[in-house]
Design a protein around this ligand. Structure first.
Ligand code: ATP
Length: 235
């Protein structure tokens, strides 16, 4: 029996008011695999993640996690079920300290363990435990946001533009971290502006254009030939 996908969006339509943003979007993330979701600004990438994690309601369609229809489940229920959404623009509580943020991320993990785990992955956070998250650098905030994807021990992680606005050396750290998650067998759905880099660590890729899936296939094939130009080259 084939294993159920870690995540499936099935014929999803979503809109902001009267503006349709996702049109019949279907995508699948296989267990333990890395799936890239790329495409120009405004294509609907962020909206797709928000629909998947329950932060946004869809107009029609289904969200299925491990074979279970969660379309009507709340975002917190989906999080408890093993889904972690790291939103665009650093999902941290700015007025809480690093330690408090890490404690919020701990679910089944104990408080002490969660801090140990996060600081072993990102030692920089260990030096900043008592500091308000809002006073961290952009890179440190992103590390703190990403540490939820480790501390909460999810099976499925949705990451939105993890390298946006970060210095190249921090981008390297972020991608190393994503590789670590993948090696742990976590399924990843990755939205990123750095399409080349994202595709190079992805197994499968989707390209979204104007709310519709324009490419559905192997990530490495997309990197080759003029397909890449055709779908994303125009920016
Ligand atoms: P980006 O990389 O710029 O974030 P994206 O592919 O993630 O792009 P979305 O953020 O999902 O795209 O946005 C898709 C469309 O929905 C865009 O046309 C955007 O202007 C519109 N949109 C996004 N958020 C809202 C909102 N809160 N209210 C109205 N329209 C919105």
């Amino acid at each position: 029996v084939a294993e159920a996908p870690a995540l499936e969006l099935r014929n999803v339509h979503a809109s902001y008011g009267a503006t349709a943003v996702l049109r019949d979007v279907s995508l699948t993330v296989a267990p333990g695999s890395v799936t890239a979701l790329i495409g120009p600004n405004g294509a609907g990438k962020t909206t797709s993640l928000r629909v998947a994690s329950g932060l946004m309601r869809l107009t029609s369609g289904q969200v299925i996690v491990d074979g279970v229809d969660v379309t009507r489940a709340s975002a917190s229920a989906r999080a408890k079920g093993g889904m972690c959404h790291v939103p665009e623009g650093r999902g941290v509580y700015r007025n809480l300290t690093v330690r408090e943020n890490l404690l919020m991320q701990a679910s089944s993990t104990g408080a002490k363990e969660s801090i140990e785990i996060a600081t072993s992955v990102f030692p920089r956070l260990g030096e900043r435990l008592s500091q308000k998250a809002g006073t961290l650098s952009g890179g440190e905030q992103q590390m703190l946001a990403l540490s939820a994807a480790y501390v909460a021990q999810p099976q499925l992680v949705l990451v939105d533009e993890p390298s946006l606005g970060l210095a190249p050396i921090i981008v390297d750290l972020v991608f190393e971290f994503l590789q670590t998650l993948r090696e742990k067998g976590v399924a990843l759905l990755l939205v990123d502006q750095y399409a080349l880099r994202t595709l190079s660590i992805a197994d499968h890729a989707y390209v979204l254009r104007r709310g519709e899936i324009a490419y559905d296939g192997n990530a490495h094939s997309l990197l080759q030939g003029d397909m890449f130009e055709q779908y994303i080259g125009e920016g």
